[in-house]
Design a protein around this ligand. Structure first.
Ligand code: SF4
Length: 114
């Protein structure tokens, strides 16, 4: 049996999962989906910054456009830390395409005009 807190919404339900992946304690179905995924294939949306060559900014906020497998987060951060982009950049521009072949892009979350 495992216990975890649902992070899908601010309610934070206390979830209990048995050995057959039956979930209890969830107020809505999303909690059961989350608990099963967390125990079988945990993922996270990555939010961070990359360096930018710009007149105004030194870093550009970025995020993964889909959740990444949790075990790839550290490698993704290492790659992002080596990455630099050049202004202009628009929200949604792809900074790293198809990272590690996972069908996940790292995209800008801010406009930087120059
Ligand atoms: S189980 Fe549903 S209501 Fe409870 S925290 Fe998760 S998403 Fe929110």
């Amino acid at each position: 049996m495992k216990e975890l807190t649902c992070i899908i919404c601010p309610r934070g339900c206390h979830l209990v999962v048995d050995d057959e992946l039956n979930v209890s304690g969830n107020t809505c179905p999303r909690g059961a989906v989350y608990a099963k995924q967390e125990l079988t294939h945990p993922t996270r949306t990555l939010t961070t910054t990359v360096r930018i060559v710009s007149e105004k900014e030194v870093s550009l906020p970025v995020k993964s456009d889909k959740p990444l497998p949790k075990e790839k987060i550290f490698d993704a951060m290492a790659l992002i830390n080596k990455t630099s982009v050049k202004a202009p950049i628009k929200i949604g521009d792809v900074v790293i395409k198809n990272i590690f072949g996972l069908d996940v892009n790292i995209v800008a979350t801010k406009d930087v005009s120059r």
